[in-house]
Design a binder for this molecule. Structure first.
Ligand code: NAD
Ligand code: DAU
Length: 331
């Protein structure tokens, strides 16, 4: 297949491109990426000779039309992805997540090209800490932040285009990813690089919020399975039963880096901070036969710490500006 991967210079998209070339060499890959602050061509450096790279926006209708016309499938990762940024300035989130997805939808409709839309568990809102329930594809949408509201809107656009125009699309909603090439603004890389840079890690509030962690390669393997075997129009939830609260994750980072357990700061909590996310991935497991390979979070986290240790040249240029932004917000 000729794949058009939007947002392929970001965290999950870049890992998807690496995995595709490594494990599915029958596909050709074109990346469309606007190279925002979150996009980094260095993340594609190891595969640069094996892909086509197009610098541009998913909201550029002419460019998207021309590109979609010469591909068989669009895997749509491109988004503004960080909740804290969406609280500071929501406008790019509306432009990329809503208008960008609309632009892709119109192009795949015109050219009869398949779409896989990448989304998040945050569209379902939060769960209580003691609630045995997890999210399924039947859970009502109830997003909390400007980020998750625009992702929810993008999902609903895809579903409406499936129903109204019969486009061939699948959707997936995944939980929190970790692994190499994740931007230092996000929780796990921020704390790892704080330790490596001699700064104290920063925990929002009491650190009781629970996230359902999955290794990025397990997420992307699920996306490949959906591309191969997923039913048109269906939504698949992706998660690896990795629930942990933020305090536990930080404690593990401090332990694995040989720092004292109390060597962190508690900082201003995120406004509207969702308490807990948890995915029930039964449909993905039973229908498509998916299973995660990274079942030991400690091992996956240790490998991720090693990656940041060995790739300081990748993250160091990003660090100062991000920490200055956080400091201005008391975080
Ligand atoms: P990221 O912020 O690391 O990367 C986003 C990429 O999209 C960047 O390369 C950026 O340059 C590009 N981009 C932004 N605006 C663009 C535009 N207008 N046109 C073209 N490219 C543009 O994000 P990520 O963490 O890799 O997330 C990728 C996708 O996965 C997003 O759709 C996100 O909602 C979803 N998701 C992320 C997680 C997670 O834990 N990170 C979990 C579930 C779903
Ligand atoms: O659930 C999937 C979502 O996971 C994706 O849709 C988003 O794109 C992705 O960014 C992520 O959203 P979160 O808001 O959960 O991730 P983040 O890494 O920003 O924060 C994880 C948790 O850690 C959250 O409870 C807030 C907390 N946190 C975050 C930062 C940056 C801290 O305690 N300290 C920090 O410095």
């Amino acid at each position: 297949m000729r794949m058009l991967v939007t947002g392929g210079a970001g965290f999950i998209g870049a890992n998807f491109v690496h995995q595709t070339l490594r494990e599915h060499p029958e596909h050709s890959v074109t990346v469309l990426d606007a190279l925002t602050y979150a996009g980094n061509e260095a993340s594609l450096a190891p595969v640069r000779g094996d892909i086509e790279f197009v610098h541009g926006s998913v909201a550029d209708a002419d460019l998207v039309d021309r590109l979609v016309a010469r591909h068989d499938v669009v895997v749509h990762f491109a988004a503004e992805s960080h909740n804290d940024n969406s609280l500071r300035d929501p406008s790019p989130f509306l432009q990329t997540n809503l208008i960008g997805t609309f632009t892709i939808l119109e192009a795949v409709r015109r050219h009869g090209v398949r779409l896989h839309h990448i989304s998040t568990d945050e569209v379902y809102g939060e769960l209580e800490l003691d609630d045995p329930a997890k999210f399924t594809d039947q859970t009502p949408y109830n997003p909390s932040s400007p980020y998750s509201a625009t992702k929810a809107g993008s999902d609903l656009l895809v579903r409406a285009w499936v129903r109204s125009f019969d486009i061939h699309a699948t959707l997936s909603n995944c939980s929190n990813n970790y692994g190499p090439y994740q931007h230092v603004e996000k929780f796990i890389p921020r704390q790892i690089t704080n330790v490596l840079a001699g700064l104290r890690p920063k925990l929002y509030g009491a650190g009781e919020n629970v996230r359902d962690w999955i290794h990025v390669d397990d997420h992307n393997a699920a996306v490949h399975l959906i591309l191969e075997k997923g039913r048109a129009g269906e939504t698949y939830l992706i998660g690896a039963d990795g629930e942990k609260n933020n305090r536990e994750v930080l404690a593990l980072i401090l332990e694995l880096t040989g720092r004292p357990a109390d060597a962190f700061d508690s900082v201003t909590d995120r406004a509207g901070h969702d308490l807990r996310y948890a995915i029930d991935a039964t449909k993905l497991r039973d229908e498509l036969g998916w299973a995660p390979r990274y079942t030991d979070f400690r091992d996956g986290l240790a490998a991720t710490i090693d990656w940041y240790r060995e790739n300081e040249a990748w993250w160091r240029p990003l660090k100062g500006q991000i920490e200055a932004q956080y400091a201005a917000a008391g975080q």
